[in-house]
Design a protein around this ligand. Structure first.
Ligand SMILES: Nc1ncnc2c1ncn2[C@@H]1O[C@H](COP(=O)(O)OP(=O)(O)O)[C@@H](O)[C@H]1O
Ligand SMILES: [Mg+2]
Length: 238
């Protein structure tokens, strides 16, 4: 399968159409952005690492019955996947308080939450990805009905349970993450986009070392080494 037309260029990927109207190719870029695009950089090899990490995780979730857009990894920077109509809700799952949750609500950084928190943000860079409640989602017509919101929450919790366990076996603590969903050509809601340390917070379970994009956000350096470590750990058979 080959790239045809550039459909969309985002902050982390280029999306290409293919000869098959139901399939797209994602090209993972080396660009790094944070704070809604205000902080920018690039790290050679970051795109390939995110493609490889996403591939391992999509395969694992597919095996466990989570429907996603993933078809196959084509080469270092390219993934073949189903085309979807994007649902413009960022589904945020949090096990431990940090980042904006700690800042906005004054919850101590690193506090284990009493239960898994699932939040919705509006996927709209121009508006700065504001928080959404169920009524906002309905007014904006981001979903067809409220039970679809319950389905997104259900899938997010299921994915969290699976990934938390998968990472824990590899001495990684899944702190929080962002998921995107879309509708495939049969109108089924499926998991889309990428599953990478650009969108996941992962801490080394023993040292607490940050193994994700917070290294870039906080200017800690060593981002590529951390992503390589994540890839090598998730490739371990457990
Ligand atoms: N299967 C898919 N079909 C259509 N669009 C998708 C699919 N998976 C991801 N996308 C969208 O493609 C874009 C990926 O590029 P990215 O660089 O991550 O964009 P952004 O800057 O919006 O985060 C995102 O807008 C994402 O919602
Ligand atoms: Mg993105």
């Amino acid at each position: 399968m080959e790239k045809a037309q550039l459909v969309y260029e985002g902050k982390a990927k280029k999306i290409w159409s293919t000869q098959d109207p139901d399939l797209y190719i994602s090209e993972f870029k080396d660009d790094l952005t944070a704070f809604n695009g205000e902080k920018k950089s690039s790290e050679v090899g970051k795109g390939a690492l995110n493609n490889k990490i996403s591939t391992v995780l999509f395969k694992y979730l597919n095996q466990k019955g989570v429907p996603s857009h993933f078809v196959q990894m084509l080469d270092d920077n390219h993934m073949l996947h189903k085309k979807a109509d994007v649902i413009f809700i960022e589904v945020i799952v949090r096990n431990i308080a940090t980042g904006s949750l700690s800042r906005n609500l004054g919850i101590e950084d690193g506090k284990i939450l009493p239960f898994t928190l699932v939040e919705f943000d509006y996927k709209d860079d121009a508006l700065g990805d504001p928080k959404l409640n169920d009524q906002h989602c309905m007014i904006l017509e981001l979903v067809k009905n409220e039970s679809e919101l319950d389905y997104l929450r259900f899938m997010a919790r299921r994915i969290n349970t699976l990934l938390k366990d998968f990472y824990a076996k590899r001495d990684l603590t899944l702190v929080d993450f962002k998921l995107e969903f879309g509708r495939d050509s049969d109108d089924n809601i499926i998991l889309i986009d990428e599953l990478s340390p650009d969108n996941f917070r992962l801490w080394d379970s023993n040292s607490g070392k940050k193994m994700d994009k917070d290294r870039f956000r906080e200017g800690l350096g060593g981002i590529k080494v951390a992503y390589e470590e994540v890839l090598s750990r998730i490739l371990e058979e457990k």
